[in-house]
Design a protein around this ligand. Structure first.
Ligand code: ADP
Ligand code: MG
Length: 387
């Protein structure tokens, strides 16, 4: 699950990490009222969307008067924004964060994530952060510093100091960095996060470190343990079909082909997409109905697949183990009747109660093409999509 910058900064503050004063606003008037509560003569108006790259896309504006604050908030609120991180999708700007404007001397990068290679929680840092961090990583990888944390010992103060001196910080800044890192480490563990990114972690002209941007991503499998995080979810920033899918416990990812897939098990779903591709087709989605698929979920899955008008044919590929083929067949029949499926449906069933399942489909009178195995099914559905 992704979080907005203002939510990330709230979590940082909860863990003792100092963040510049900022107030969320949902209208231009609220933005001006927010700026009036923030001392200084410079404010930054920041579009709140689930993506970085806002600066380059015009979603971070420096205002030097209340009129400017109003103007920028007005221009952003109610519009949609795509950045180089949104893969062509435009995200709605429902709120802006009005922040204290700071004088920046330098911008650093600091993140925390789980490094699978070393099996540790790892800090990644770079003295040259900011909006071009991807470029630095490409052209000057040795500038990127990493700190692996031993899970039993936890993050040690000397590791923070070492990183601080590697980044060229002075003693006072190293103390500030240590406080930030220890807070982030605690936050990361206690909230089951997958990624925290501070970019920039700025050095101000007065020498202090300041957290100017924050991105958090949490582990979806642990959301049930954190109702306070679940309450922060903003589904307006998410793919509509994927949100619907998650409400029915379906694993669904939108793709750009034209063959809708309904499969049980993520491994089989990937294999199915591979075999469709091998046969010259292109999947419209990844959909795992899960091990405990019920008739209702199969119906919902069909509705989801059909909600895209790009889908020209559907391939149902089910290996019945815990879930029985006859029950899947009942689900398919109910769905095809209820949803008014107008595209060809190819079904391959294998496993528990397969004969009963096939018989149900045969006697249903519906135009469903039966397939003998995964390859036969893929060939038939690719042909059907082209017809
Ligand atoms: P994004 O990563 O989405 O582009 P950031 O929050 O990192 O958005 O903002 C982009 C740039 O705007 C930063 O690299 C920094 O130079 C500047 N900036 C952000 N917040 C402030 C602030 N409070 N004061 C001054 N400049 C800021
Ligand atoms: Mg940033």
């Amino acid at each position: 699950m992704n979080f907005h910058e203002y939510q990330a900064k709230q979590l940082f503050a909860d863990y003792g990490i100092a963040v510049p004063k900022g107030i969320v606003a949902r209208t231009a008037d609220e933005a001006v009222a927010a700026a009036k509560q923030i001392p200084g003569e410079m404010w930054v108006v920041k579009a709140q969307i689930h993506a970085g790259g806002r600066g380059k896309a015009g979603g971070v504006k420096l205002a030097r008067s209340f009129d400017d604050v109003k103007k920028y908030a007005d221009a952003m609120l109610g519009t949609k924004m795509a950045t180089y991180q949104t893969a062509g999708v435009e995200l709605p700007i429902d709120s802006v964060l009005v922040c204290e404007g700071t004088d920046i001397a330098a911008e650093m990068y600091l993140s925390v994530l789980v490094d699978r290679a070393s099996k540790t929680i790892t800090f990644i840092a770079c003295a040259e952060g900011g909006m071009d961090i991807e470029e630095v990583a490409r052209t000057n990888p040795s500038a990127i510093k990493t700190v692996h944390v031993d899970y039993v010992q936890g993050l040690q103060a000397y590791q923070c100091r070492q990183l601080g001196f590697d980044l060229g910080l002075n003693a006072k800044q190293v103390g500030q960095l240590s406080k930030i890192m220890l807070g982030l480490y605690k936050l990361f563990n206690e909230k089951d996060l997958a990624l925290v990114e501070l970019n920039p972690l700025a050095i101000l002209t007065n020498g202090d470190l300041a957290v100017l941007d924050g991105k958090i991503n949490s582990d979806d499998n642990a959301t049930f343990r954190h109702p306070e995080l679940a309450a922060m979810r903003d589904i307006r920033q998410e793919d509509e079909t994927e949100v619907l899918a998650s409400q029915h416990d379906l694993n669904y990812v939108t793709m750009d082909g034209d063959i809708g897939c309904m499969v049980n098990g993520a491994g089989l779903a990937m294999a199915t997409m591979d075999v469709i591709s091998l046969n010259g087709g292109s999947p419209a989605n990844f959909l795992d109905v899960g091990g405990g698929a019920t008739k209702e979920r199969v119906t919902e899955a069909f509705k989801l697949i059909l909600s895209s008008d790009k889908v020209k044919a559907i391939f149902v590929n089910i290996f019945g183990g815990i879930v029985r083929c006859d029950m899947i067949a009942e689900g398919i029949i109910a769905a095809v009747k209820e949803v008014d499926v107008k595209v060809p449906v190819v079904v391959r069933l294998e496993g528990t109660n397969v004969e009963k399942g096939k018989e149900l489909l045969r006697s249903s009178g519906l135009a469903i093409t039966a397939a003998d195995d995964i390859n036969d099914g893929a060939q038939k559905v690719v042909a059907a999509a082209r017809a």
